[in-house]
Ligand binder design. Structure first.
Ligand SMILES: NC(=O)c1ccc[n+]([C@@H]2O[C@H](COP(=O)([O-])OP(=O)(O)OC[C@H]3O[C@@H](n4cnc5c(N)ncnc54)[C@H](OP(=O)(O)O)[C@@H]3O)[C@@H](O)[C@H]2O)c1
Length: 215
């Protein structure tokens, strides 16, 4: 598989690239800071420098089988960058995928994106951006999957998660486990058209994702 990961130097993005490269996939990460390229190369991935806010990523997407959007403006940014990265950056990639006929599009969204106005006030611009990006993805003709993790941690992987369209409670999940979920999603065409939340749980990742899809 030839996979492009937006947010390639992000904490989830680089974990995902490392997993894909290790099993022999072509793993390309989109980064905006050229100084990050060596970190991607160290995990066996290719670095593609493109700023999703000021550039069109489309020419960099050629030949990909799948795109994973794992970029984000981050917690230190204001509402404007939530719009330009979490929403508009995702839509730019979506439009690029549509233009080039790249079939598969996977998004790292967030728990709470199903109901932005129900979140804490400070989180609402972020959740609105995620919700609008998710809606654009769902309205596309692509084979999309939207993954909505809870609060992310850098703890060692548990290997076990709980997934559901809506869990009804909050919690944490490690970035390593989310990266494993993303690999399982890329491997599971039956997750196409699904939106689901993920938290730490007691089901091995591959079984949890297979259970979701009913395969
Ligand atoms: N934090 C949480 O608890 C939580 C919960 C649920 C979902 N999420 C979402 O999960 C996703 C991945 O999280 P994470 O912790 O792995 O994120 P992260 O480490 O903050 O990585 C985000 C990446 O996006 C990149 N980026 C920002 N602006 C960009 C631009 N204009 N062009 C290209 N790339 C740009 C950043 O690049 P630079 O390194 O150059 O800044 C960074 O590498 C994010 O969408 C996040 O919102 C987070």
């Amino acid at each position: 598989m030839d996979v492009i990961v937006a947010g390639g130097h992000g904490k989830i993005g680089i974990r995902l690239l490392e997993r894909l490269a290790a099993r022999g996939d072509r793993a390309r990460g989109l980064i905006r800071n050229p100084d990050h390229a060596a970190d991607l190369e160290a995990v066996g991935a290719e670095a593609v420098v493109v700023d999703l806010e000021s550039e069109d990523p489309t020419p960099h997407l050629l030949d990909a089988d799948a795109i994973v959007f794992a970029a984000g403006a981050g917690p230190g940014s204001g509402p404007e960058r939530k719009r330009t990265v979490d929403y508009a950056g995702c839509v730019k990639l979506l439009e690029g995928a549509e233009a080039l006929g790249i079939p598969r599009f996977v998004v790292v969204s967030s728990m709470g994106a199903d109901e932005p106005e129900g979140g804490p006030e400070a989180m609402r611009p972020y959740l609105r951006a995620k919700a609008e990006a998710d809606a654009a993805v769902q309205a596309s003709g692509l084979a999309w999957t939207i993954v909505r993790p809870g609060h992310l941690t850098d703890d060692p992987p548990h290997g076990r998660v709980v997934v559901a369209e809506r869990l009804g409670y909050g919690g944490t999940v490690t970035r390593d486990d989310v990266a494993d979920v993303l690999v399982a999603v890329l491997d599971s065409p039956t997750t196409e058209g699904l939106v689901f939340e993920v938290l730490q749980g007691d089901v091995p990742v591959a079984s949890a994702v297979a259970g979701l899809s009913g395969s």
